[in-house]
Ligand binder design. Structure first.
Ligand code: HEM
Length: 395
């Protein structure tokens, strides 16, 4: 059944390594691919017009690593860096060891690994020649009233988004890639995130966040034309790439605990049971914003996240591919959790910023959520075998 949920761009090939004797039967039910294949043998093609890890069906685990370039790393250095990184990412995603893999045995479980590279403003500044224009939106987002940003979670020159259905695979890939970057860059921040384990729910089930909400229902889905048009940059050196916004949003679970179920549902305008709009029964039902309750108030409140996150201007949309985070609480806290909100769009200023502005002005969810990190990157297009990611500006 998995094949139906997986689009052309996101096809998961199988490495075809047979599982250990006896494991095949047990794996049959758990594997997204069925056919007795192990989840760990899933391979997502690395090469292509777009980088993997965007239209790819979200894997269970992702780690984002933002790097600061060292002083003096120029265009030639950046080219060498991206060639090294591309080569190792291509190997690791195939389930092969990196070139100088110190633990090669760990590379044999690709688990649908994807490595997505994205460039911050400083990377593009150092990489560009006069012929290449950085996208105008490639800069920190405007300041929002709700923001409580910490430098420790913000910005960065080069981003690695490493995702797989197995956290062990992610850990090994991150380590191998960081070894490549050592003489070029230092780690600025690292943010791991997770969704449900692959096989624990039917593939394509909308994720839930740590508030318990169904999160990601209204989202342009790959590989539709709508998705293609909203997400991929069409012109210039970054054509086939996209804009990436990363927001680390703390979710105050301890405060959320004090809100009753009806209040929780009104804050978004959807039910907790299945994510249906408060005017409907099923997750995918269209919300009825005109519907009123017995007291004459809108059923889906004006302050609800649902109403505020939706603009009448349908070009103000983007693709959300978020992960949950759950860090160790400190002292009096019970939880230190939130959302690694990740949005992809061709034009950050035209698509993302107006919605974030609306939410900044009014959104009841703001009572329990606080953006504490923020970064904007441009994701260059993918490359063909023999090429490297970033060749459009570094070549
Ligand atoms: C919808 C939660 C932050 C944009 C939703 C939904 C939930 C949700 C439960 C309804 C189901 C769905 O369609 O996905 C959250 C939480 C957040 C958060 C817990 C913070 C921790 C944001 C941010 C933005 C955003 C920062 C963009 C600036 C949207 C959009 C929708 C949505 C565009 C779909 C609206 C529509 O129906 O047209 N969010 N969200 N959300 N959210 Fe958020």
């Amino acid at each position: 059944g998995a094949a139906a949920a997986v689009g052309a761009d996101q096809a998961i090939r199988l490495a075809g390594r047979p599982g250990p004797a006896g494991a095949a039967d047990a794996a049959a039910d758990a594997s997204p691919a069925g056919d007795g294949e192990l989840t760990g043998s899933g391979v997502v093609p690395f090469y292509g017009p777009h980088q993997a890890g965007i239209a790819t069906l979200p894997q269970a685990h992702a780690t984002l690593v933002a790097l600061d370039l060292r002083d003096g790393i120029n265009r030639d250095g950046l080219r060498r860096l991206m060639q090294l990184l591309t080569d190792d990412a291509a190997r690791l995603t195939r389930g092969e060891p990196a070139l100088a893999d110190s633990e090669p045995e760990l590379a044999h479980v690709p688990a649908s690994l994807t490595v997505t590279f994205a460039f911050g403003p400083e990377f593009v500044r150092r990489a560009s020649t006069a012929a290449v224009q950085a996208p105008a939106w490639l800069r920190p987002l405007p300041a929002f009233g709700i923001d409580r940003l910490e430098a420790a979670w913000s910005d960065g020159d080069l981003l690695l988004q490493v995702a797989a259905d197995d956290p062990f695979t992610v850990a090994h890939a991150v380590r191998m890639l960081l070894k490549d970057t050592r003489s070029f860059a230092t780690v600025r921040w690292t943010q791991p995130g997770f969704r449900r384990a692959r096989g624990s729910e039917a593939p394509g089930t909308t994720m839930r966040n740590l508030f318990g909400q169904v999160d990601g229902t209204v989202n342009p889905a790959p590989p539709t034309l709508d998705f293609e048009q909203l997400v991929w940059i069409r012109e210039g050196a970054f054509a086939g790439g996209t804009g990436m916004v990363v927001r680390r949003i703390r979710m105050d679970l301890d405060k959320w605990d004090r809100l009753d179920r009806s209040g929780r549902e009104q804050s978004v305008g959807r039910t907790l049971a299945n994510g249906a709009p408060l005017t409907g029964a099923e997750e995918r039902d269209e919300p009825d914003f005109a519907a009123k309750n017995a007291a004459g108030f809108p059923v889906i409140a004006e302050f609800s996240h649902l109403r505020r996150a939706r603009s009448e201007n349908t070009s103000e949309r983007f693709f959300r591919r978020a992960y949950n985070y759950d860090d160790a609480p400190s002292r009096e806290q019970i939880s230190n959790s939130g959302l690694l909100f990740i949005a992809f769009q061709a034009d950050v200023d035209a698509q993302f910023v107006p919605i974030q502005q609306r939410l900044d002005e009014l959104d009841l969810l703001n009572e329990w959520t606080t953006p504490i990190g923020s970064a904007v990157f441009v994701v260059p297009p993918g490359c063909a075998e023999g090429g490297y990611v970033g060749e459009g500006i570094l070549g």
